[in-house]
Design a protein around this ligand. Structure first.
Ligand SMILES: C[S@@+](CC[C@H](N)C(=O)[O-])C[C@H]1O[C@@H](n2cnc3c(N)ncnc32)[C@H](O)[C@@H]1O
Length: 192
């Protein structure tokens, strides 16, 4: 993000988790008892109220984050197995977004999950300053391409409410994902 974009997310942008079919509050149903979640670009860190220490939010523009730092500069001090990229790795030219994806590939380990909300490039926010934001135009094809290139299994990729893409990436291949599902004890702590 450049300075104008950081200012936009600090001063103008507002969250709304209730409008998304998959990538807002509904995500709570995906989390398992033992998950440790890193919320990359957490904004106002809304999941924190529900999940407490189970989640750690980073964001360079919002002081509600547990740590005000960009994904590029983040150095983890604890282990995570679930990563959220909800509208956050979505700015600037393709090489910058791909470098962010590569960092995900470098830091994650087999069995980790990544949940995405991606803006396909539309500056459809109603807030002042949106014209200064360089939205990266995510596509489903780009999900397929980068999952293949960086060793993720694309478990799900579909349209969410409001012209956003929802995606789930699994670190490993399809067979490893199946083994992981068989191992699932079904315990979910967080009701919707
Ligand atoms: C559209 S908001 C989404 C916030 C929150 N995830 C949500 O779903 O409401 C995008 C957020 O990503 C943050 N962001 C943008 N680039 C980032 C980066 N490279 N590392 C971490 N956060 C970033 C912005 O500061 C902003 O708070």
């Amino acid at each position: 993000m450049n300075e104008m974009e950081t200012k936009y997310f600090k001063d103008s942008w507002k969250p709304d988790y209730s409008k998304f079919n998959y990538s807002g509050w509904k995500l709570l149903s995906q989390f398992r008892s033992k998950d440790k979640i890193l919320d990359i670009g957490c904004g106002y860190n809304l999941f924190k109220e529900r999940l407490g220490d189970k989640i750690y939010g980073i964001d360079p523009a919002n002081d509600k984050a547990d740590e005000m730092v960009s994904w590029e500069d983040f150095v983890p001090k604890q282990e995570f197995n679930v990563y959220l990229c909800l509208g956050s790795l979505n700015f600037g030219p393709e090489d910058e977004v791909e470098a962010q994806v590569k960092k995900l590939a470098d830091l994650t380990k087999k069995g980790d999950r990544i949940y995405w909300r991606q803006n396909p490039g539309t500056g459809d926010h109603p807030w002042k300053g949106v014209g200064d934001v360089r939205f990266y135009p995510w596509t489903m094809e780009k999900n397929r391409e980068w999952c293949k290139k960086y060793g993720f299994y694309l478990k799900d990729c579909k349209m969410d409410t409001g012209n956003r893409i929802y995606a789930e990436w699994f670190v490993g291949n399809e067979y490893e994902y199946f083994a992981y599902m068989v191992d699932d004890d079904g315990k979910r702590d967080y009701a919707l």
